[in-house]
Design a protein around this ligand. Structure first.
Ligand code: FAD
Length: 476
C-alpha cells in the first residue's frame, strides 16, 4: 500500500552512525528521513555513552590531578561534590550537543520522525509513536543504524536501583561506599574511575586474566600501578555466579581459583559487553539477514544481504565505537546517493580504514591503534618496537606525570609503522597521529624527522620513531 511519507533515504536510529548518514545523505541532495525512538538525537554516544562519561571523567581527572600537586608544595582543601549540580552539568553538556544535532537536522531539511521503527517489507518501515499511532515511511534506500545496548546478566536482581548498567551509572543517583564493577573493559573501568574519585571503594571482577583486554599488558601495567589505590580487590579469572538483594546491599558471589567467595556492595555495575539491536527491527520482513547474536553482516560498501539496504555502527560488529560508526555512515550514505543520483564516483565509496583507534579515557589514558605487540606475537608478524619512556619527556616531567610511555611498532623490513600505543595523560588526543601515519604508510624516518613542537607530550611520538633507527629492540 502507499506510505504516509516517501523519501529517498531512510535512516533507522539517530546515534553517531545514523545522524552522520542522514546528514551526509541530505548534503548530497537526498530527501532524507531519520527515525529515532528517543526524544533526542545522538544515540547512545551523546545521551548515555561517550559524552556524559567524558563530562564526568573530566571532573574526576581534575579532582585526582590536584593530589599530584601536594609533592609540588601546593595543596587544596578536600573537594566537596554537589551531586545534583554535577548531574545538571552533565545534562547540560548532553543537551548542548543533542540540541545542536536537532538544529543541524533542521538546517539540512532532514525529517526527524520520533518513534520505534520496524520494516514491513523491503521498501517500507512502520514507525510506532509514543501515543500508539503509526506512520508508514516508504524509501528507495535505507540505512540501519539501530546500535546496541548493554548486556544484562540474568542472575542479577532486576528493578533494584543498586544494580545498574552504564546508563544507570551515568545517572549518578547513588553515592556508594563499596562498588563492584563486573567486567574489566573500558566502559567498566571508566565508570569505576568516576565513582571511585567521588568516594567509592572499588572491586572489579573479570573472567579473563587481565583488565582492559585488547591493550598490550605493558600499558595496562602502568595504568594498574597508578590506579591500585582505588581498588580493594581485582578479581581476575573469576566469574560472577549469583547475586541477592539484601537490606545491607547486593550480596554477590564469585567463582574463581580460590573457590566461591561472597561480598556485599552498595552499587553493582554490569559492564560485560553490548548486544546489537538487530533482532528488534523487523529485518526479516525486509529480507535482511541478521546473525544469531543480532549482528548484521555487511560488505565493504556497508550493504546488507539486501542490496539497497545498508547497515552501520554497533549493529554491524566490533569495534563498537562512535568514530567507526561515523565513517561507515559516510560510506553508506555516499553509495546510496551515488546510486540514486547516478554519480559513479560516489557509488563506488567503500570502507577501507586500515586501523581504528581505541582509547580508555581513564587516568592515565590508554590508547592504541593498529597492530599491538600481543597481536604481532600471536600472528607471528615480523615487527620491531621502539619505546620512548615519558621519564625522558621534558613536558611529562614538568607536568609531574611522567609515568607513561609511547610505543611504536614498525615492520622489520620496510620500517613502515604498523601500530602504536600510548599510556599517559592525554594519550587519546595523540593516538590520531599514529593512525594518520599508518594510513599514509609512513615509516620511522617520516615520523622521526617530522618536527614536533617542544615541549609537548606529542613529541614522544617523534622521539620513539627517531629512537627506532638507532636503538630498536627486537620483540622478545
Ligand atoms: P547508537 O549510538 O546505539 O544509536 C542507535 C540509535 O538507534 C539509538 O538512539 C536507538 O534509540 C535507536 N534505535 C534502535 N532501534 C530503534 C528502532 N527500532 N526504532 C527507532 N530507533 C531505534 N565510543 C567511542 O568511540 N568513544 C567513547 O568514549 C565511548 N564511550 C562510551 C561509553 C559508554 C558508557 C557506552 C555505553 C558506550 C561508549 N562508546 C564510546 C560506544 C558508542 O557509544 C557507540 O559505539 C556508538 O554510540 C554507536 O553508534 P551507533 O550509531 O551504531 O548506535
Amino acid at each position: 500500500g502507499p506510505a504516509d511519507l516517501e523519501c529517498d533515504l531512510l535512516v533507522l536510529g539517530a546515534g553517531p552512525g545514523g545522524y552522520s548518514a542522514a546528514f551526509r545523505g541530505a548534503d548530497l541532495g537526498l530527501k532524507t528521513v531519520l527515525v529515532e525512538r528517543f526524544a533526542t538525537l545522538g544515540g547512545v554516544c551523546l545521551n548515555v555513552g561517550c559524552i556524559p562519561s567524558k563530562a564526568l571523567l573530566h571532573v574526576a581527572a581534575v579532582m585526582d590531578e590536584v593530589k599530584h600537586f601536594e609533592s609540588m608544595g601546593v595543596t587544596f582543601a578536600p573537594p566537596s561534590v554537589d551531586l545534583e549540580k554535577l548531574r545538571a552539568h552533565k545534562s547540560k553538556v548532553v543537551g548542548k550537543l543533542t540540541g545542536g544535532l536537532a538544529a543541524m537536522a533542521k538546517m539540512r531539511k532532514v525529517t526527524v520522525v520520533q518513534g520505534s521503527g520496524e520494516f514491513i517489507d523491503a521498501y517500507r518501515l512502520q514507525v510506532t509513536k509514543a501515543d500508539g499511532g503509526t506512520q508508514t515511511i516508504g524509501f528507495k534506500r535505507a540505512i540501519i543504524a539501530a546500535g546496541s545496548e548493554a548486556v544484562k546478566l540474568p542472575f542479577l536482581p532486576k528493578d533494584d536501583p543498586r544494580v545498574v548498567t552504564s546508563t544507570g551509572a551515568l545517572e549518578l543517583r547513588q553515592n556508594p561506599k563499596r562498588m563492584l564493577v563486573i567486567g574489566g573493559g573500558i566502559i567498566g573501568l571508566e565508570m569505576g574511575t568516576v565513582y571511585s574519585t567521588l568516594g567509592a571503594r572499588l572491586d572489579v571482577v573479570e573472567m579473563l586474566d587481565g583488565l582492559m583486554q585488547g591493550a598490550d599488558r605493558d600499558l595496562v601495567k602502568v595504568w594498574q600501578k597508578m590506579n591500585a589505590p582505588r581498588f580493594d580487590n581485582i578479581l581476575l579469572k573469576t566469574k560472577t555466579v549469583g547475586a541477592e538483594a539484601t537490606e545491607g546491599g547486593i550480596k554477590v558471589s564469585f567463582e574463581g581459583e580460590g573457590g566461591v567467595k561472597e561480598q556485599t556492595y552498595d552499587l553493582v555495575l554490569q559492564a560485560v559487553g553490548r548486544v546489537p539491536n538487530g533482532k528488534r527491527i523487523g529485518a526479516d520482513k525486509a529480507g535482511v539477514e541478521v546473525g544469531e547474536r543480532g549482528f548484521i553482516s555487511v560488505d565493504i560498501q556497508m550493504r546488507t544481504s539486501v542490496a539497497h539496504i545498508f547497515a552501520i555502527g554497533d549493529i554491524v560488529g566490533q569495534p563498537m565505537l562512535a568514530h567507526k560508526a561515523v565513517h561507515e555512515a559516510h560510506v553508506a550514505a555516499e553509495v546510496a546517493a551515488g546510486e540514486l543520483l547516478g554519480d559513479d564516483h560516489l557509488a563506488k565509496a567503500a570502507f577501507d580504514a586500515r586501523v581504528i583507534p581505541s582509547v580508555a579515557y581513564t587516568d592515565p589514558e590508554v590508547a592504541w591503534v593498529g597492530v599491538t605487540e600481543d597481536d604481532a606475537k600471536a600472528r607471528g608478524l615480523n615487527v620491531k618496537k621502539s619505546v620512548f619512556p615519558w621519564s625522558a619527556s621534558g613536558r611529562a616531567i614538568a607536568n609531574g606525570r611522567d609515568e607513561g610511555f609511547t610505543k611504536l611498532l614498525f615492520d622489520a623490513d620496510t620500517h613502515q609503522i604498523v601500530g602504536g600505543a600510548i599510556v599517559g595523560t592525554h594519550a587519546g588526543d595523540m593516538i590520531g597521529e599514529v593512525a594518520l601515519a599508518i594510513e599514509m604508510g609512513a615509516d620511522a624516518v617520516d615520523i622521526g624527522k617530522t618536527i614536533h613542537p617542544h615541549p609537548t607530550l606529542g613529541e614522544s611520538l617523534g622521539m620513539a620513531a627517531e629512537a627506532f633507527e638507532g636503538a630498536c629492540t627486537d620483540l622478545p
